[in-house]
Design a protein around this ligand. Structure first.
Ligand code: KIV
Length: 272
């Protein structure tokens, strides 16, 4: 069991690097709204990711591609209003940073200014190096994201494990080192072999946060709706469900429906 080596009143990007140096694992969960974020933060989770997975969980899109800056700012500002301790990292959505570094910086500044978030996450390696550098130069902390990068789903064709072949694994290792070198404070590794993820985590000094990347990395992230069992049709091997909220919520809604139909809600104590 990972134990907190130091109490952090507020988690900063520096705290995460320090946690890695102290062999303390980092916890990260997604949140997209005020109520969920206040529960996640109150539970002591170190980092909240306002992921563009909001496209799937909140809006019902099949991919993350439709998310816009306005969508992300809406979700991120709701989360920021709730948190007292956690570091809030926001995804830059598809199409807002890939075309040129100046546009990337404009997008980054909009999110930081209009949401109050603390850091941004961008998907990709050397192809977006100049965009990341431009954002870092403006004083905005950046978390990288390698391996399965859902914004490139149409290039990959499937959501299967990435970097199983030597060539892709070598590129991933080089990209991780590059992200460290230019000044990113952490990297997410999504759905890659555990052995490769461990090798990457051991080769760089910034934290590697895994999702489907095994236990040899510096921290873990899950999508909150998945770990709570709200999305019961999504069953990847890496997912541990801590609750079965889909079943629990369905029972609650059915009980309420039955009570209303039977005229049993509200009762005498539930009225004025
Ligand atoms: O958008 C998201 O939730 C993510 C995590 C899966 C890492 O990027």
């Amino acid at each position: 069991m990972s134990v907190a080596k130091k109490q952090y009143k507020r988690v900063t990007v520096k705290s995460l690097v320090e946690m890695k140096a102290n062999n303390e694992k980092i916890s990260m969960l997604t949140a997209y709204d005020y109520t969920m974020a206040s529960i996640v933060d109150g539970a002591g989770i170190d980092t909240i990711l306002v992921g563009d997975s909001a496209a799937n969980t909140m809006a019902g899109y099949e991919t993350t591609l439709p998310m816009t800056l306005d969508h992300m700012i809406y979700h991120a500002s709701s989360v920021v209003r709730a948190i007292k301790r956690a570091l809030v990292v926001v995804d830059l959505p598809f199409g807002t940073y890939q075309s040129d570094p100046k546009e990337a910086l404009r997008s980054a500044i909009r999110i930081m200014k209009e949401s109050g978030a603390h850091a941004l996450k961008l998907e990709g390696g050397k192809e977006i190096k100049e965009s990341i550098k431009r954002i870092l130069n403006a004083g905005i902390p950046v978390m990288g994201h390698l391996g399965l990068t859902p914004q490139s789903i149409y290039k990959f064709g499937t959501y299967t494990v990435r970097a199983k072949e030597e060539e892709e694994a070598e590129k991933l290792k080089a990209d991780a080192k590059m992200l460290e070198k230019i000044g990113c404070f952490a990297v997410v590794l999504e759905k890659v072999p555990a052995k490769l993820a461990k090798e990457v985590a051991e080769s760089i000094s910034i934290p590697v946060i895994g999702i489907g990347a095994g236990n040899g990395v510096d921290g873990q992230v899950l999508v909150v709706h998945d770990m709570l069992g709200m999305t019961h049709e999504f069953n990847p091997r890496f997912l541990r469900r801590y609750l079965d909220l889909h079943t629990e919520m369905t029972s609650a809604f059915q009980a309420y429906h039955k009570d209303v139909k039977a005229g049993e809600f509200p009762n005498e104590n539930e009225q004025y």
